[in-house]
Design a protein around this ligand. Structure first.
Ligand SMILES: [Zn+2]
Length: 317
């Protein structure tokens, strides 16, 4: 029995990648050109938080041929994401707002927000990680066109995994931002918070960015104290989840509270409070009489909470 069998859960989104990143090919322009020219090459076309999806008779299709992508108005610069089983290449491509406007008039194309796709299963869940890669990478290129060192326009290299400055020779690499997300417990209760932008009634684990020269454990303790006034200890790593908004890595942890009184930082959170195991169970099962709900199953927070509930009250007795 896995930790999640007692709940109708899936796996968290974005954690299973169908692609072999084949990083050894990134510096080989000739090979990348040949892969892109192959009839089996495909692309994910990304605009901000959305993906261009072709509506075929058999259902929506996220993997477009390179020809389709270009005809839809995708920018020609491709980012090499990796190889599918069988060796065909998959690329990420951006598209302008003007081209997206034109696509929205067509019946056979949809431009769909990635979060909604993940929640509603519009594309096969095993593709979400590759789509997340495309989204994070396209977004990085769009925001890093100029050298942070000298301001000169930079050039895409290494299949999109680097930008070089022709003037000062600085090399720029796509970054991933570490975020700690943690379930803090105290005996039979757990600490959850609400951000202002959450849907009504939804509560989730507290989270925050890891800062410069900070350990994961210290980041967990600091964020919990800053947002809720709670001191905690026994920080343990659970699992990670890539989170492409725009390019975070959620580091799931658990911790044990050593104090009880909550002081909410209202600039960060709308509210934070303790929930006992019975109430949290109703929330995660979406059966709470007041309509309170836990985080969505595609998010790591749901799994942190689900595991604690599944383990039962005596797990650490
Ligand atoms: Zn420069």
């Amino acid at each position: 029995m896995t930790a999640f069998d007692s709940f109708p859960l899936g796996r968290p989104a974005f954690i299973t990648n169908i692609l072999d990143r084949a990083a050894h090919l990134r510096g080989n322009d000739e090979k990348l050109l040949a892969l892109e020219g192959h009839r089996d090459a495909r692309a994910y076309v990304v605009h901000r938080d959305s993906l261009v999806v072709k509506q075929d008779a058999g259902g929506p299709r996220a993997l477009l041929t390179i020809d389709e992508a270009l005809k839809f108005g995708a920018n020609p610069g491709t980012i090499f994401l990796g190889l599918r089983e069988g060796g065909a290449a998959v690329f990420g491509m951006g598209i302008s707002a003007a081209s997206v406007e034109k696509l929205l008039t067509r019946d056979d194309v949809a431009v769909t927000e990635l979060r909604g796709m993940a929640m509603q299963g519009v594309v096969p869940p095993e593709q979400l990680s590759a789509i997340a890669m495309a989204k994070s990478m396209v977004s990085w290129h769009q925001r890093h066109g100029y050298c942070a060192n000298c301001g000169t326009r930079t050039a895409m290299k290494e299949g999109g995994w680097k930008r070089d400055c022709p003037s000062c020779k600085a090399e720029h690499f796509p970054r991933t931002d570490p975020v700690v997300i943690m379930l803090v417990t105290s005996g039979d209760k757990c600490l959850l918070g609400r951000q202002k932008q959450f849907p009504p009634g939804m509560w989730s684990c507290l989270a925050g960015f890891v800062e410069a020269a900070e350990t994961i454990e210290d980041a967990v303790r600091r964020e919990i104290f800053e947002e809720s006034g709670i001191r905690c200890t026994d920080v343990h790593y659970y699992m990670t989840q890539p989170w492409p908004y725009p390019s975070s890595l959620m580091i799931g942890c658990t911790a044990r509270a050593t104090t009880d009184d909550i002081i909410v930082d209202r600039t960060e959170l709308e509210d934070a409070r303790w929930f006992d195991r019975a109430e949290a169970t109703l929330m995660i099962k979406r059966q709470h009489p007041d309509g309170l709900a836990g985080p969505h199953p595609f998010a790591i927070a749901h799994h942190l909470l689900g595991r604690w509930l599944h383990e039962g009250p005596n797990a650490h007795a």
